[in-house]
Design a protein around this ligand. Structure first.
Ligand code: AMP
Ligand code: MG
Length: 495
């Protein structure tokens, strides 16, 4: 059932394309069409992303949209392509990678690019089949929208479609396509690719493209002797530092922080074996394939810096001075801790910084780690405690209460020093500490239902995650402790 040639049905869907990545030229990509999947069905849709793309009401709810976002119908005016990149995987140079199962449809006049993930083989598929399975596509869809609602920079997801076409992983599963949306999907690995191949002209072209479109201030800056590429490195370092501070504060583990999974815009990208912490274990490893724990929760900030170092190495032919490149990276080391402390203060309802805050935070983190206290529930209960709902619920999270009993009075005293009252602090805390995060077991339940063609679980979870700071009475089951079986869920790179 190939609809690709069916020009009569070529839909516009309200998308208006403008020149984008395609203008870079063929050194950066291969043009090709998505490969169709039989009898697609809707799994999930995000009307807010549709609006951001300028799609009109109802345009996502059409049969044309279903076909187009499965890759079965080419949207009029799109110029589909797969991009080439390289990268370091698990600390080792992996050589050429590229969009092995993603196809960029183009950039819309809203400045957002539209990309299909799981839409078939490309020249960069290597040993892969170009497909994505239903389970991982649902996880990517839900987490993209959840992160956005949490205020964390991320690629978005317009929709997921499924097909009963079989896909072989550890066992036979079924195919799905996620339509991803972002200003750009350019990764550190795109730069590494041209640097490794000593193609400096293309490297410069790519850097100029990124600066002109996304970092225009780097062109004007007089820092680093006015070198725009050093300024770019510094700006990316800062954005990445802020991103990592947000991940750590919300308890998000990415799972595969390879340099090809690092966005040049500082977005969370490529949702694979990610996890939101249940109990607070700083050494938690969410990726079953990551036996050495390279990407453990507490390693993430250092790995991001390591990845930035790879980017610096790649940009060196343009920066031309190693000292300058190192200086441009320095910002990470100041911005990350400052941002993390500021995020933790927000979680604690502390409006201004004060001496001793770092110690207050560290004492708390030690107490939480000692008992692997549930990260999300702790913060929500602490917010309620400040709101006046009693401190028993916070203490109940600990079996050995000595540490928390020592910490709570210190915290109360610290809050007493600030001008902000309890009610105001509590309200701010309830806006900083989500009630709902995409825990593994919640995703798994929605996936199990979806495999039976019941997508109501995906929709219900999506609705909660789109407003994660609200109470949502009647949905307490989605805000509780994980069941025992949650810890036995094994999520690997296989997706
Ligand atoms: P990831 O670890 O998912 O970010 O993927 C690393 C690389 O493998 C990227 O170049 C992907 O495009 C590619 N890849 C992952 N899964 C597949 C697949 N099923 N088919 C083709 N390429 C894939
Ligand atoms: Mg990737």
């Amino acid at each position: 059932m190939s609809l690709l040639a069916d020009e009569a049905r070529a839909a516009r869907l309200g998308l208006r394309w403008k020149p984008g990545f395609h203008t870079l030229g063929p050194a950066f990509y291969t043009e090709l069409r998505p490969r169709p999947l039989p009898d697609p069905y809707w799994v999930g849709r995000s009307p807010s992303v549709a609006r951001d793309l300028g799609m009109g009401a109802g345009q996502l709810d059409t049969p044309e949209a279903l076909e187009a976002f499965t890759g079965n119908l080419l949207i009029e005016g799109s110029q589909p392509l797969a991009t080439v990149y390289s990268g370091h995987q698990f600390g080792v140079w992996a050589g050429q990678l590229g969009d092995g199962r993603a196809i960029l449809l183009g950039e819309t006049d809203t400045g957002l690019e539209v990309q299909l993930k799981g839409s078939g083989l490309t020249p960069y598929s290597r040993m892969g089949d170009g497909r994505a399975v239903l389970r991982s596509s649902i996880r990517e869809f839900l987490c993209s929208e959840a992160m956005h609602a949490l205020g964390i920079p991320t690629t978005r997801a317009l929709c997921v479609t499924g097909s009963d076409a079989p896909v072989r992983r550890e066992e036979i599963e079924t195919a799905a396509v996620v339509t991803r949306v972002a200003p750009s999907f350019i990764r550190f690995g795109h730069f590494e690719h041209f640097a490794a191949n000593e193609r400096v002209a293309e490297l410069r072209q790519l850097a100029d493209y990124v600066i002109d479109r996304y970092y225009p201030a780097c062109r004007e800056s007089q820092r680093f002797g006015g070198n725009p590429y050093a300024n770019l490195l510094e700006a990316v370092s800062e954005r990445t530092a802020r991103l990592l501070a947000q991940w750590q504060a919300v308890g998000f583990c990415h799972g595969v922080m390879n340099t090809d999974n690092m966005s040049i815009l500082g977005l969370t990208i490529d949702y694979g074996p990610f996890q939101f912490l249940d109990g607070f274990d700083p050494r938690h490893i969410c990726n079953h394939s990551d036996t050495a724990g390279r990407y453990a929760y507490n390693q993430q900030p250092n790995v991001a810096y390591w990845n930035l170092f790879c980017l610096a190495q790649a940009l060196l032919p343009l920066i031309e001075d190693q000292q300058v490149a190192v200086a441009a990276l320095e910002s990470y080391k100041t911005v990350f801790p400052a941002e993390f402390e500021s995020r933790m203060r927000a979680k604690l309802g502390l409006a201004e910084a004060a001496d001793g805050d770092r110690e207050l935070v560290n004492d708390l983190l030690r107490a939480l780690a000692a008992e692997k206290v549930d990260w999300t529930i702790f913060w929500r209960r602490l917010s309620q405690h400040v709101a006046g709902d009693g401190q028993q619920a916070v203490r109940d999270l600990f079996i050995d209460r000595a540490a928390i009993d020592a910490w709570l009075p210190a915290y109360t005293e610290r809050r007493g020093q600030q001008s902000v009252g309890d009610a105001e602090a509590a309200a701010a805390m309830l806006r900083a500490n989500p009630k709902f995060v995409l825990r593994n077991h919640l995703g798994q339940l929605a996936i199990d239902q979806a495999r039976q063609k019941d997508f109501s679980g995906v929709a219900r979870l999506q609705a909660l995650l789109e407003a994660p700071f609200e109470e949502h009475p009647g949905h307490e089951d989605m805000a509780g402790f994980p069941p025992d079986w949650a810890s036995s869920i094994e999520i690997s790179c296989s997706s």
